[in-house]
Design a protein around this ligand. Structure first.
Ligand SMILES: Nc1ncnc2c1ncn2[C@@H]1O[C@H](COP(=O)(O)OP(=O)(O)OP(=O)(O)O)[C@@H](O)[C@H]1O
Ligand SMILES: [Mg+2]
Length: 270
């Protein structure tokens, strides 16, 4: 169970640093509260549901090939509702790998990913991905020749959820939420700027009402004002709507605007 406060910017459970004593540059921010980790990790699987914990890494290791070098080693961490979590660390540290594990795209080689206390391996992965989690990819993965509305409605249809209002109405509400004028609904993606596409990608991830929003470098190619605006949207989603927001970032500025920073240290080559 995490005891981190709203203002606590440190990492609770970065196990990679324990196994890698040479990565001194990142250890200073990841050295808090080891004893608590042990307590958390030894608890039964459903212990994480007791409060605001939504997603948890539980002693997770991952290697891309069977018997290959581990990219993630014995990593434990808890992600909570109502908070913006930033995942940071140098290139190659495994940030994108952690996001694909958390979003159920890949399975851990060892350990478990828990969603509301349940092992993802034992839940329907398709349902989890289409209902419970909204993923914003670095390259947006929007369909360029379709309009903004068509892209968003595709995700709503794929979720199989029923909606209480007409979808075009919901699309316009989502556009307002990400601060895009409603005229954009009928615009083709290929006519939009990078920052505008980023907003559409967020609107699409929100369209079926997931509990968790995951984004890989959501502000990577944006100017500072747009970056701050996108971060305001993420903070609102967490603080006003109780979403669990998890973003990978290289930007110290974005990390500062998050509620908690989880810093990954690279494993050394063996
Ligand atoms: N499909 C793959 N097959 C084999 N190795 C991979 C694969 N994808 C990533 N890796 C390796 O796993 C390690 C972690 O990669 P990952 O993409 O998770 O890093 P990252 O922290 O997201 O880096 P960046 O900041 O550059 O995006 C790297 O050493 C990378 O080369
Ligand atoms: Mg990456």
């Amino acid at each position: 169970m995490t005891t981190t406060t709203e203002t606590d910017k440190t990492t609770e459970t970065d196990k990679t640093t324990e196994t890698d004593k040479d990565t001194t540059s990142t250890e200073t921010t990841t050295s808090t509260d080891r004893s608590e980790d042990t307590v958390t990790d030894d608890r039964p699987e459903d212990a994480t549901t007791a409060d605001t914990a939504v997603l948890a890494l539980n002693h997770v290791s991952y290697a891309y090939t069977k018997g290959g070098k581990q990219v993630i080693h014995d990593l434990s961490h808890t992600f909570e509702a109502g908070r913006v979590h930033a995942i940071t660390g140098p290139s190659g540290a495994g940030k994108t790998t952690v996001l694909s594990l958390l979003s159920g795209l890949t399975s851990p080689t060892e350990g478990r990913i828990l969603y509301k206390g349940k092992d993802l391996e034992r839940t329907n992965r398709y349902d989890f991905r289409s209902h419970d989690i909204g993923v914003i990819f670095q390259s947006f993965n929007l369909l360029p020749s379709l309009t903004v509305e068509e892209n968003i409605v595709l995700s709503m249809d794929a979720s199989g959820k029923s909606f209480d209002r007409p979808k075009p109405e919901i699309v316009r509400e989502l556009l307002a939420k990400v601060r895009l004028a409603e005229e954009y609904a009928n615009e083709r993606i290929l006519h939009l700027s990078g920052g505008e596409q980023q907003r559409v990608a967020i609107a699409r991830a929100l369209s079926y009402g997931p509990d968790v929003i995951i984004a890989d470098e959501p502000t990577g190619n944006l100017d500072l004002a747009t970056q701050d605006d996108i971060m305001r949207i993420f903070r609102e989603l967490a603080h006003s709507e109780g979403k669990c927001v998890i973003i990978v970032t290289h930007s110290p500025d974005v990390a500062r605007q998050s509620d908690e920073v989880f810093e990954l240290a690279p494993l050394r080559r063996r």
